[in-house]
Design a protein around this ligand. Structure first.
Ligand code: SAM
Length: 336
């Protein structure tokens, strides 16, 4: 059945919602100290998780409402066995869906990147917090730097490009490596994304002193490689983007939600693996699309529900307010 774009999702502040992040699982094979240091709490029964058919149906509705970009995430989304099926189903939503991307820790990419591409995935973002084996192990809890580097090469060979690399920069851990990452981006023609540490860790160890600001990251890069801001409208993008002044390959993006919030242009909503809609990374309430889908609601009723949830999207996050409350669920549940 051909579904027309019926209406465009807008929140109560007039922000158009175009970007959906879908978490495929809460499970993860890494133990990043800034996310899930003590491992997963008991995993919810499979029946509470959205099936691939439910994900496909929900995404079809979201795309009919104007969602243009879908990013699959988690937990570690490649731990979900039916990921290729999900990608194949979502890929059928193109060209109304403009962009189908995946955020992964890269561990499973060697040997599987080509399958993802064949299923219809456009591109990947790979997390990489250190180029030094010891620091990588200390930050992620696993000693697999070489394998992730292989994963990056596998993604490149499979054509899952442009490849973005996410590094969460945390004071006292990897802040000395910022310029090395820039050199890595130049050498391998990658889009480096430096992310400020956000208070979304299950260990509740976040402190302001551990945050390396976007401004400091940029200074550290420019001490070695002068940058020029890219002349592209920022729109709803999370990062400020730069090219290298000497026209080397690669790109730098700085994501500074703590020190330079960009909520006013936010176009994102999230769907958790158990089917909850989150209208902000820092939401303290969730809305059960799963219950709505399973209640026998008609497509029109589901659309009405989604529209009503989007109207509740928060104006901004409150990280910098004195009474900020960290959300109960961490990034691995919310879907980063
Ligand atoms: N497992 C996949 C991965 O490693 O990329 C996808 C999920 S992970 C939660 C998505 C992104 O969120 C990663 O790039 C990760 O570094 C980032 N992230 C997790 N916790 C964070 C935090 N407290 N502050 C900033 N970024 C965080």
């Amino acid at each position: 059945m051909k579904i027309e774009v019926t209406d465009l999702l807008k929140d109560s502040f007039g922000r158009a919602i175009r970007d959906l992040r879908v978490s495929l699982t809460d499970r993860c094979n890494f133990r990043c100290f800034y996310c899930l240091p003590h491992g997963e709490p008991p995993i919810a029964p499979k029946s509470e998780m959205l099936s691939y058919e439910e994900i496909e149906y929900a995404c079809d509705i979201f795309v009919s409402l104007g969602i243009e970009k879908i990013r699959l995430t988690g937990g570690e989304p490649m731990m979900r066995r039916d990921i290729e099926t999900i990608i194949r189903k979502l890929s059928a939503l193109k060209p109304r869906l403009h962009d189908l991307a995946l955020t992964t820790n890269g561990y499973f990419l060697p040997g599987r990147a080509a399958e993802l591409k064949a299923a219809g995935l456009d591109r990947v973002t790979i997390s990489l917090d250190s180029l030094k084996r010891g620091v990588f192990k200390e930050m992620t809890g696993v000693d697999v730097l070489e394998r992730v580097l292989e994963g990056i090469q596998a993604a490149k060979h499979a054509g899952l490009t442009p490849i973005k690399i996410n590094a969460v920069i945390v004071r006292g851990h990897n802040d000395e490596e910022v310029a090395d990452f820039a050199a890595f981006a130049r050498e391998h023609d990658l889009q480096m994304r430096f992310i400020e540490f956000m208070p979304l860790d299950s260990g509740h160890e976040w402190s302001r002193e551990m945050v390396v600001s976007g401004r400091e990251m940029r200074q550290r890069i420019e001490e070695r490689f002068p940058l020029v801001p890219l002349k592209v409208p920022r729109g709803s993008e999370t990062s400020s983007r730069y090219r290298f002044a000497d026209n080397a390959r690669g790109e730098i993006g700085i994501i500074a939600p703590v020190t330079e919030p960009f909520c006013g242009a936010c176009s994102r909503i999230r769907l958790t693996a158990d089917g909850q809609i989150r209208t902000c990374l820092f939401s303290t309430v969730e809305h059960s699309l799963r219950d709505c889908l399973r209640s026998g609601a008609t497509r029109a009723e589901i659309i009405e529900y989604i529209e009503s949830v989007v109207m509740k999207k928060e104006p901004r996050h409150y990280i910098n307010d004195p009474n900020f409350a960290q959300p109960a669920r961490t990034m691995s549940f919310i879907g980063g």
